[in-house]
Design a protein around this ligand. Structure first.
Ligand code: EPU
Length: 344
């Protein structure tokens, strides 16, 4: 284990924000993790977990020990006639893992192709796209529990998975995810109900083609972070009551909406931002992408301050036009490396 000081995190966050970590270490094993935690305790440093950096907003300085998760490996744990259970290291690249499952004829994750980030972050916000959420295929999450100071396993049923939510979000300082166990299907069950996915897949009803089409749709709409640094959807799609939805729909009948199982209605944040005039609009060096208004882009060398100025302006405009509060999806961190509210 090699602890470095004053490390630039710009290459490790997909929004390319300049952020200097006072202490930084790559964690490649459970042993590394224990040693790093002991160091942090001895030096009285907060611990900051860095995965793919694709869903976080970093301050210019972080006075903490950054643990960059690099635990690798894919291993089969169990197999029956219909399923195979895999244990996947938190440091594996999510998209490469999805592609690999398809080559192994293991099914379920194809709708989630091309989501940026690493496997260890997938359970945190229960990544989802095109009608599938990762939580549906997660069997168990292997963690280090910082309260109990031991490695343990959390069964999927106890992860509290919901739309962009899990127990790991509720209690962000408690668990460090080391590996994720996925139970995948041996026979494909294609989920094509989202938007125009069915039309894109056409007659070639295979998981391989489904994956290809998802990649194609994402590439057409979502900016490549290497070209336009971004963190994917910047706001969550608001979930509101049926009554509130009906009140808005009188004036805005075209608002895309998705009735939820609990009677509430999810509405499209991208549409609201677009209608508020922000699609392709910039404030300084930060703006909303011209092909998908839900994605905020760092067009030059933005700081966290620049990013906040733009997204707060978007929130204000959407609130004034529609009375809807947009909640940012990425996690905002303080200089102490702790999660902080978007409101202050
Ligand atoms: N829309 C507009 N203008 C825009 C953007 C969207 O009018 O600029 C409309 C679209 O026409 C569509 C609706 O809004 O009717 C929804 O847009 P889209 O289908 O592109 O999906 P989304 O709601 O914007 C969500 C996820 C994405 C995920 C896609 C596909 C959230 C916050 N975002 O986006 O997730 O890939 O669905 O499932 O739930 C991510 O989390 O980083 C992410 C990319």
């Amino acid at each position: 284990m090699h602890i470095q000081t004053q490390v630039q995190l710009k290459p490790f966050n997909t929004l390319n924000l300049n952020s200097i970590a006072s202490h930084y270490v790559q964690v490649s094993s459970k042993q590394d993790l224990l040693e790093a935690l002991a160091f942090a305790e001895a030096e009285q440093l907060n611990v900051f977990i860095l995965s793919g950096g694709s869903n976080m907003l970093l301050p210019e300085h972080i006075n903490a020990l950054v643990l960059h998760m690099h635990i690798m490996g894919i291993e089969t744990l169990a197999e029956d006639e219909h399923t195979r259970t895999l244990c996947v290291g938190a440091g594996q690249v999510w998209h490469d893992f999805v592609l690999w499952t398809t080559t192994q004829q293991l099914y379920g994750l194809q709708n989630l192709a091309l989501i940026p980030g690493l496997v260890g972050a997938a359970p945190v916000q229960n990544i989802g796209a095109y009608g599938v959420e990762a939580g549906e295929f997660i069997d168990t999450v292997e963690v280090y529990d910082r309260n109990q100071k031991k490695f343990t396993c959390i069964a999927s049923a106890d992860c509290d998975f919901a739309y962009r939510h899990s127990v790991f979000k509720d209690d962000p300082n408690r668990y460090i995810i080391c590996a994720v166990q996925f139970k995948l299907l041996k026979t494909p069950e294609l989920k094509l109900q989202y938007g125009d996915l069915k039309a894109a897949v056409g007659d070639e009803l295979t998981a391989e083609n489904l994956q290809r089409q998802v990649i194609h749709i994402r590439q057409a709409k979502l900016p490549d972070p290497k070209e336009f640094p971004n963190v994917g959807s910047f706001f969550k799609n608001p979930v509101i009551s049926q009554q509130d939805y009906e009140a808005i729909a009188i004036k805005h009948p075209n608002l895309p909406h998705y009735p939820q199982a609990n009677g509430q209605v999810k509405i499209a944040a991208g549409w609201l931002i677009d209608q508020a005039g922000w699609k392709g609009k910039k404030l300084g060096v930060v703006g909303m992408f011209h092909k998908q208004a839900l994605v905020l882009v760092n067009y030059a060398d933005a700081t966290l301050h620049d990013v906040r100025r733009t997204y707060q302006a978007v929130q204000n405009d959407v609130y004034h036009q529609f009375g809807i509060d947009l909640e940012p999806e990425p996690v905002l961190f303080s200089q102490q490396g702790l999660i902080r509210s978007h409101q202050d």
